[in-house]
Design a binder for this molecule. Structure first.
Ligand code: MOS
Length: 748
């Protein structure tokens, strides 16, 4: 993929920095030397040359291969599991029963073996004798609601309430409206499919358990293992090496990790379990579906009077996502009501998936907003700017700056060329069978970070520096931002800093999810860095026999600001430390009631073929308020990734279950379609120039999930603008586009 393609346009942030090859903007000089600039990944070379070691690559002497036997039946009563034939196979070192009683989805673990190699382990699980009684099951969430549907869980109904929200009086609000629109929007089952499939390696050293895990959460996996194994957390270390993504599917302890630890204990040897792509598709979660009826009412001038959502979610054996938050928080409408239920089915449990609930809710809310704008004959951008909120829950609490939101709307609209949209949906010029259109969608997310995050900065007498934090770089560039912040504080370069992360023995940091990482870790590193810099200044002052306030540091030297001939090199000052010295940093708390939202406004330009139903995304602009950007390069990458993932979900991705067998029919990357470079448009990242010091010592906010949230919705709205009918269901397959066009012809 040609990265430069994404930088075809001038991208300007508040500090006037531009990506390479772009025109420089006329703005004040940056306040920071490194922070906010483009910094290449400190580990980029390792990754692109294939030297980086992932969990799959981890080897220990005597390492065994673990495999899990999974239920072929979507519901069954297990009568017996006989491990003896597997254990009799030469090379099999341990076997475990994992199921008894009911199993409730195809893919549920039944038993596991550890053997000298993968082929032997595979053969061994085939020898395990399972006797089971098939039970009725249901994998379709609509059928699961029928009165005679098989009961998925013992003693519990298949349909349960999920969320109930009410403010104001929607009946009154709709009565006050001049225009009311109501439509149903649907989102399907989207699988995380990280590049690196799931896996763990377990090794016992006496009483101490070491687990190498592809995880977003080393501390959480350690604590989960302690509970699962009834083993002290103090005797467990969880290590994450290089990692190929998680998107929420690796946020906590997984069953195969416990299995690896138990097989290792049983066999007395280290055990590795890595999941296949098929297991990844069926057994470790997905984004729950939604079926949202959204109703919006407004005055003629566009003032919202009421918003209402009725959602039926489904998350298999887990609860679906509450999708109401965008409706509750993005607009300052006085009357909002949400009723949500969830439907249980015999499929594996869904799981947090990049911006849970928000991506689904955004499709409905921003879809109905566009249909409302059309009914009002109003520019969808104007409708949004008239109603957006800078507080949560419809204008409560301490507001954040509206300047950031205005910038996202204005810079984004300018960059895409918003004036080129069709003034009325579907009435643009035709290019053969192709119709062009522009759409937008907005999002909020909670990007404040986790108070209490710790980071240590270590100065060594040989003038080397290390930062240590028990966070996890899951492929997003966390190591690089830690190096950037430490180097900024100390007058060094990012490459000078040794970065240690991904180990539960290191100082506490939250899971790498929820867009928490940067606003948790960067302020903690900065806190430690500022303390270390102050100590070095004191030491330089002592050496130079001047007051610390008179010390200036530059070019790896400290000198007296009054007498530049008085100077000492970094090497000399560090040597005075005599031993390594640790500085503890902590990310502080945040003020009560303040909305820590991040904001995003996405703009898409598409072409839709009205004969075949195909959609091409031509151009995309994502404008974000994430406060202080730490590393411009990885922030842009995050946006490109989030937009591509939303495009992929919007156009292609959907897990399809087979009613007869209870299996997914597309548990691989051939039949489950994911966007490739060829599907990706030019993507431009734009950042707002608003830094709020109330947030933390850098004013930085998260950017992990935000760019994924409005991206399917912006494309759906662009399709609406192009063809004059909203598809209202993702993925927007050609068949669904053609159905929507038929609906338009029928005038409904
Ligand atoms: Mo995310 S769903 O918090 O990895």
């Amino acid at each position: 993929m040609n990265a430069r393609k994404y930088r075809a346009e001038t991208v300007v942030d508040g500090r006037g920095q531009t990506s390479p090859g772009q025109k420089a903007a006329v703005t004040p000089p940056p306040a920071y030397r490194l922070i906010g600039r483009l910094t290449s990944r400190v580990d980029g070379r390792e990754v692109v040359t294939g030297r980086a070691k992932y969990t799959h690559d981890v080897k220990f002497p005597g390492l065994l291969s673990g495999k899990i036997l999974r239920s072929p039946r979507a519901a069954a009563e297990i009568v017996s599991i006989d491990l003896a034939p597997a254990l009799a196979l030469p090379g099999v070192m341990a076997a475990l029963k994992l199921a008894e009683g009911r199993v409730r989805y195809a893919g549920e673990p039944l038993a596991a073996v550890a053997a000298v190699d993968a082929a032997t382990a595979e053969k061994a699980i085939g020898l395990i004798k399972v006797e089971s009684k098939a039970l009725p099951f249901v994998v379709d969430w609509q059928k699961a609601q029928e009165p005679d549907a098989p009961q998925v869980r013992d003693g519990k109904p298949n349909v349960e309430p999920l969320n109930d929200y009410n403010r104001g009086d929607v009946a009154k609000g709709f009565a006050e409206a001049d225009v009311v629109v109501e439509h149903t929007y649907r989102t399907g089952f989207e699988i995380h499919h990280p590049t690196e499939t799931h896996g763990s390696v377990a090794l016992w050293e006496g009483e101490h358990l070491i687990v190498v895990d592809s995880t977003q959460n080393v501390h959480g996996v350690r604590d989960g293992l302690a509970r699962a194994l009834k083993h002290p957390a103090s005797k467990i270390t969880v290590i994450k090496t290089y990692m190929g993504g998680g998107f929420g599917s690796k946020l906590g302890l997984n069953d195969y990790t416990v299995v690896a630890a138990n097989l290792a204990r049983e066999s007395g040897r280290p055990v590795k379990i890595t999941l296949t792509r098929r297991e990844n598709a069926m057994c470790v979660g997905y984004r729950p579906s939604s079926y949202q009826t959204c109703k919006a009412g407004a005055k003629k001038d566009g003032t919202l009077t009421a918003l209402q959502l009725t959602n039926v979610a489904s998350g298999g054996l887990g609860a679906g996502d509450d999708v109401a938050e965008p409706m509750v928080d993005i607009y300052k409408c006085a009357n909002v009501k949400a009723d949500e239920t969830t439907v249980y089915t015999n499929t594996g449990a869904s799981r947090a998936t990049r911006a849970p609930g928000h991506t689904q809710g955004d499709l409905g809310l921003e879809g109905v907003m566009d249909e409302l704008a059309a009914a009002l004959d109003m520019d969808p951008l104007e409708l949004r700017r008239k109603n957006y909120s800078t507080r949560n829950q419809g204008d409560t609490g301490v507001p954040y700056s509206s300047k950031a939101l205005d910038q996202c709307y204005e810079l984004g609209a300018k960059s895409i060329g918003w004036e080129r949209r069709n003034a009325k949906p579907g009435q643009g010029p035709a290019n053969g069978p192709w119709r062009r259109g522009l759409g937008l969608a907005t999002s909020i997310w909670f990007g404040g970070g986790a108070p209490g995050t710790l980071a240590d900065l270590v100065l060594y007498p040989d003038a080397s520096v290390e930062v240590v934090c028990g966070t996890q770089d899951i492929g997003t560039g966390t190591k690089t931002h830690m190096a950037v912040v430490a180097a900024e504080c100390l007058g060094l370069e990012p490459g000078d800093i040794a970065v240690k992360e991904g180990n539960s023995d290191y100082p506490w940091a939250p899971l790498s999810g929820g867009s928490l990482t940067t606003p948790s870790v960067a302020p903690a590193v900065r806190d430690a860095g500022l303390k270390a810099a102050a100590r070095l200044k004191e030491m330089a002052a002592a050496r130079l026999k001047i007051a610390p306030a008179d010390v200036v540091g530059a070019d790896r030297k400290f000198s007296s600001k009054n007498d530049p001939s008085k100077s000492a090199t970094y090497a000399e000052v560090f040597r005075d430390l005599r031993r390594e010295t640790v500085f503890h940093g902590e990310r502080g708390g945040m003020p009560e009631g303040f909305a820590y939202n991040t904001f995003g406004a996405h703009f898409a330009e598409v072409e839709v073929n009205v004969e075949t139903g195909h959609i091409r995304v031509l151009k995309y602009v994502a404008a974000h308020d994430s406060g202080q950007i730490i590393n411009r390069l990885t922030a842009e990458s995050q946006i490109i990734g989030g937009v591509t993932q939303g495009l992929s979900a919007g156009l292609f991705e959907e897990r399809i279950m087979d009613d007869a067998t209870g299996h997914a029919v597309n548990p691989n990357l051939r039949d489950y379609k994911i966007a490739t470079a060829l599907d990706s448009p030019e993507i431009t990242a734009v950042f707002a120039d608003v830094v709020d010091p109330r947030l933390n010592n850098l004013g930085t906010k998260g950017l992990g999930e935000p760019p994924r949230i409005p991206s399917s919705a912006a494309i759906a709205n662009a399709v609406f603008n192009a063809i004059g009918v909203h598809v209202r269901e993702i993925p927007m397959t050609p068949a669904r586009v053609l159905q929507a066009l038929k609906r338009k012809e029928a005038g409904s």
